[in-house]
Design a protein around this ligand. Structure first.
Ligand SMILES: Cc1ncc(COP(=O)(O)O)c(C=O)c1O
Length: 384
């Protein structure tokens, strides 16, 4: 087991997703008690909303567990439509945002097709593209000083040749939203170029997994752009990653195209019931966002004091630049020895010199701050 995951990408094999080591693997390899292992690699929240254990204890689910979930997920769809401000025919439920991404690849990417992936970004866009037998056109983002924003000209040129464009705002793993107006501009020029070329515009899938942390969404752009699919999730701000619920939001015709590929019952009755309740009672989600807001600056300042180069973020994670892959590996190993699991990036990745770390609760973040100070001499000995 390496602290750094390796993505296998042989010519005959599509990219596949790589996880960090499990809690048990970390405990065994680094001699840490299992209960001391703390995950900073998954951008999840420290605890589910209280309504989750309450509903589970009551066992009052929408349908008996001996039956399949309602095929139209009606109650969940009605609740989500209200929360996102869209029609019930403009939504599709999936087993997490990840299933939605997979369904979008199936619906909009023909085998042999082409998808634009502004890199670095969430690994699954490339994975689902290549697993579809399509080509991922990796378009480098602007540099760190430009907030890793989309390269609009390069993305426009690539989109003119593509079936699908994967966007993520705020972007994982760089932590910032696209600049105001950039996505709207890209959608507009894609439409103009497609009209001029007499072809269908590429479908634009905009992953808003972290939208609640900024309190803004571009879901309204679907009205003018039927080729836009917005992706949302219950995994991040709603703190329900284990239930695996995500949504596609788009114009009804676009949703119908995705729905062709939807498997029956991939989202459990338990998940449907709890997530509908969580969407209906947003107080816990809002408190979770407030926790992240309160901890973001404190954690960033303390890590900077420990000598770490922490980038700006609007999300529930930070990206730390260690200057070289060697120094990032030293930091990763140092954290793992203390039971803290960072998100690493493999050799050759544009962020191989960085680690991504979830903003946890105060006590969890304190452990990270203490660890950063403990690792400091080792990092200083390794030079800058
Ligand atoms: C940008 C982005 N999209 C999607 C996902 C997956 O979300 P879900 O748990 O809903 O499948 C993640 C999880 O880290 C993510 O960061």
């Amino acid at each position: 087991m390496s602290p750094t995951p390796v993505t296998t990408s042989l010519p005959t094999q599509p990219a596949s997703y790589s996880w960090e080591a499990t809690d048990e693997e970390v405990a065994a390899r680094y001699g840490v008690p299992l209960e001391r292992v703390l995950r900073f690699d998954l951008n999840t929240s420290p605890a589910p909303p209280e309504l989750a254990p309450r509903i589970l204890a009551e066992g009052a689910f929408e349908a008996p567990l001996s039956e399949y979930p309602p095929s139209d997920y009606r109650r969940l769809i009605e609740t989500a439509a209200r929360v996102y401000g869209v029609g019930t025919d403009e939504l599709l439920v999936g087993a997490g945002a990840d299933e939605i991404l997979d369904l979008c690849a199936k619906a909009f990417l023909p085998p042999g097709g082409r998808a634009v992936v502004p890199a670095p970004t969430y690994a699954m866009y490339r994975v689902v593209t290549e697993q579809r037998g399509a080509t991922a056109d990796l378009v480098p983002r602007l540099g760190r000083d430009d907030g890793y924003a989309l390269d609009l000209d390069a993305s426009r040129a690539a989109a003119a040749e593509a079936d699908l464009v994967w966007l993520c705002s705020p972007n994982n793993p760089t932590g910032l939203p696209e600049p105001e107006g950039a996505i709207e501009t890209l959608l507009d020029v894609i439409a103009v170029d497609a009209l001029a070329a007499g072809r269908e515009p590429a479908t634009v899938v905009l992953d808003e997994a972290y939208a609640e942390f900024v309190g803004a969404s571009l879901v309204g752009l679907r009205e003018r752009h039927p080729n836009l699919v917005v992706v949302r999730t219950a995994s991040k701000a709603y703190a329900l990653a284990g239930l695996r619920v995500g949504f596609a939001v788009a114009r009804p015709g676009t949703i119908a195209r995705i729905a062709t590929y939807r498997p029956p019952g991939s989202v459990s009755t338990v998940s449907v019931t709890v997530v509908a309740a969580a969407l209906d009672e947003p107080a816990a989600m809002e408190a979770n966002v407030a926790r992240v807001d309160a901890e973001r600056d404190r954690l960033t300042d303390a890590l900077r004091e420990a000598g770490w180069d922490v980038g700006p973020t609007v999300t529930n994670f930070v990206l730390v630049d260690f200057g070289s892959a060697e120094r990032a590996a030293i930091a990763a190993t140092g954290l793992l020895r203390l039971g803290l699991v960072p998100r690493t990036f493999p050799a050759g990745h544009p962020l191989a010199h960085a680690l991504r770390l979830t903003i946890r609760d105060r006590a969890g973040n304190d452990r990270l701050i203490t660890a950063a100070n403990e690792i400091r001499p080792e990092l200083e000995a390794a030079g800058g």
